[in-house]
Design a protein around this ligand. Structure first.
Ligand code: DGT
Ligand code: CA
Ligand code: ZN
Length: 576
């Protein structure tokens, strides 16, 4: 019987083959979405299928359900096998290399017999790609670079994929009457943007009740290891989770130890030695007397070492220990500091909900404002805002603002800065808006100088208040465009333009380090959802990224009250 992960892999492969074959884009996307849904589904598809419930999952219609059933019943998918007979399966890896795509992949296979990434690299190194019509030396060079980047990349899981599963596992354990404490530790607790695996630490009246229950959770695909106080499992999504049940009186020591990071723990141990103490998972020991302090809480561990409590997100040995010793840790931003969202899409561009629905959802979250920032037209989407459409949208927003109680919608757009560095809407339109965000959505392959010219043109525009997802990276999938982040930060400071922390878990752009550098340079940040539907409004990952970047509430524009924001936007922007 196939696991969810294997089913998702087959569907993914099918989508890739369809792409290669030049199949209709919408059909391909539907299969990709289904694959993703399957991979993220925590209950076994076998069970859903046996209850005839596959189509109860979002993104799974009758057609996809039939494919899944075929996979479950026969272990194969006739359609996929047919493709496999026609194309070498490694071609799909080639087409996914940044800047190659299905047409080129087919061309190099048909013309040069290139059937794997190794073939591709060899052909490019030998100069045979450049000789193909329509490709040339520049394309060949880019292909070589992309292959090199691909090789350098690991297989860490995105936090936004791992955390919901980790939290579901923890919630499953918390329900047991034997459970006392249950907490995620490791990189998940530190909210690192990618994680290798999930670590859960617990205390219990009967440890084996917890490890047993853990091994029986619906999300478990395979039990990797099992003992009286330890259990490791692999979920249907392929993620590994390690549970450790620890003694109650050492809970603080062990939670601290297994939260890490390793570098933080090493530095902590060194500091301890300088204070004649020894820190380990067995307690804090006084070197002279040999007395061991067992700590039920992490706060006690840090207190014994003479340190202020250090939030998990800061534990990367980036100066937090020194700051804790000197009582100079920042008051970090938290979810409760956020008062609104300045980057939200609606069905006026590629969003799925109306402006009203987005506003109601944002108000429901406790916000007092949002900016509706639909895409402009050059993105190549039929729906983008033209000047005429924008003027109509302004009327709709004005009408909504008259009706909505206790909530304000700022007018905005996510304006493209085009490959030639011009903005996609003329100043006379930008001027009408409360808040303009500019993003790069095209010409990703341009030289650093070209990209920076575009950034500069955007930031020097007096109406542009923020740069959206400033580096363009998609974690594990697409590298940043060739930007000089330091220069972006300097330009932002000089022009008084804010930089976005885009909260989508695949972006987290700016990332933690860059956000910290921006704050140090006096640049304002804005933590946005970039939501395309009400469910996308959560800023959890953006706030976590900010916390990892030592960000204080005052650095972030959308911690302002509505009145403060209105006042700020009523004045021209000013250098930092
Ligand atoms: P990752 O790679 O995303 O899973 O990152 P972590 O930090 O979750 O690393 P992991 O799962 O290997 O270990 C969890 C924590 O346990 C780690 O942050 C610190 C602690 N730890 C584990 N092994 C060691 C070790 O050999 N030395 C030290 N000092 N700490 C360790
Ligand atoms: Ca881990
Ligand atoms: Zn957007």
């Amino acid at each position: 019987m196939l696991s969810n992960l294997q089913i998702a892999a087959s569907l993914d492969m099918l989508a890739d083959m369809m792409d290669l074959d030049g199949e209709n884009k919408y059909k391909t996307i539907a299969v990709q979405k289904a694959a993703r849904r399957v991979a993220e589904t925590n209950v076994s598809l076998k069970e859903l299928a046996s209850g005839g419930e596959l189509t109860s999952l979002p993104d799974i219609g009758e057609k996809i359900a039939a494919k899944i059933t075929e996979l479950l019943e026969t272990g194969r998918l006739a359609e996929l096998e047919d493709y496999r007979r026609r194309y070498p399966s490694d071609l799909v890896k080639i087409q996914k290399v940044q800047g190659i795509g299905p047409k080129t992949a087919r061309k190099v296979w048909e013309e040069l017999g290139v059937a794997s990434l190794e073939d591709m690299e060899a052909a490019a190194t030998a100069g045979r790609i450049a000789a193909l019509p329509g490709l040339g030396p520049k394309a060949q060079e880019n292909i070589l670079k992309a292959i090199a980047r691909l090789k350098a990349r690991g297989t860490r899981v995105l936090l936004g994929e791992a955390l919901p599963i980790a939290e579901a596992a923890a919630a499953g354990l918390k329900k047991l009457k034997e459970a006392r404490n249950v907490t995620c530790a490791g990189s998940v607790r530190r909210m690192k943007e990618t994680v290798k695996d999930v670590d859960i630490i617990a205390t219990a009246s009967r440890p084996e009740a917890l490890t047993w229950a853990f091994s029986r959770l619906a999300m478990v695909d395979e039990v990797i290891g099992m003992g009286p106080t330890k259990c490791s499992i692999r979920t249907h999504t392929g993620l590994q989770i390690d549970l450790r049940v620890v003694p109650h009186d050492l809970y603080g020591n062990l939670l601290q130890h297994f939260t890490g990071s390793r570098d933080h723990n090493v530095a902590l141990r060194e500091l301890a030695i300088s204070r004649s103490l020894k820190v380990s998972e067995y307690g804090v020991e006084e070197s002279g007397s040999g007395r061991i302090h067992k700590c039920a809480t992490e706060e006690e561990v840090y207190r014994l070492l003479g340190l202020d409590y250090i939030e998990p997100e800061l534990r990367e040995n980036n100066g937090e220990i020194e700051a804790a010793a000197d009582h100079r840790l920042p008051r970090l931003i938290g979810p409760g500091d956020i008062k609104g969202d300045m980057h939200v899409h609606s069905d006026w561009s590629d969003g799925r909900a109306s402006i009203r629905e987005m506003a109601l959802a944002a108000r429901q979250m406790g916000y007092s404002y949002m900016a509706i920032s639909d895409h402009t037209q050059s993105l190549g989407m039929v729906q983008g805002l033209t000047p005429a459409k924008l003027e109509k949208q302004l009327q709709e927003v004005a009408a909504l603002n008259r009706k909505l109680k206790g909530f304000h919608i700022f007018t905005s757009c996510e304006c493209d800065v085009k490959a030639d560095a011009s903005l996609d809407l003329a100043d006379k339109y930008l001027k009408l808006l409360d808040f303009v965000t500019v993003s790069i959505h095209s010409g990703f392959g341009q030289s650093r100088a070209r990209i920076m010219t575009r950034m500069q043109a955007a930031m020097e525009n007096p109406y542009v208040r923020a740069i959206g997802h400033p580096t363009g990276r998609i974690i594990n999938r697409r590298d940043a465009y060739d930007v000089d982040v330091k220069m972006i930060i300097d330009m932002a400071a000089a022009t008084g333009t804010a930089l976005e922390i885009n909260s989508h878990y695949q972006r987290l752009d700016l990332g933690d380090r860059n956000a910290r550098a921006a704050q140090d340079a006096g640049v304002r940040l804005v933590i946005n959802s970039d939501a395309h539907g009400p469910e996308g409004l959560d800023l959890k990952y953006g706030v976590a990224t900010a916390r990892r970047g030592w960000i204080k509430p005052a650095t972030v524009l959308n911690t302002m009250t509505l009145a403060q924001m209105k006042k700020l936007l009523g004045r021209p922007k000013e250098p930092a």
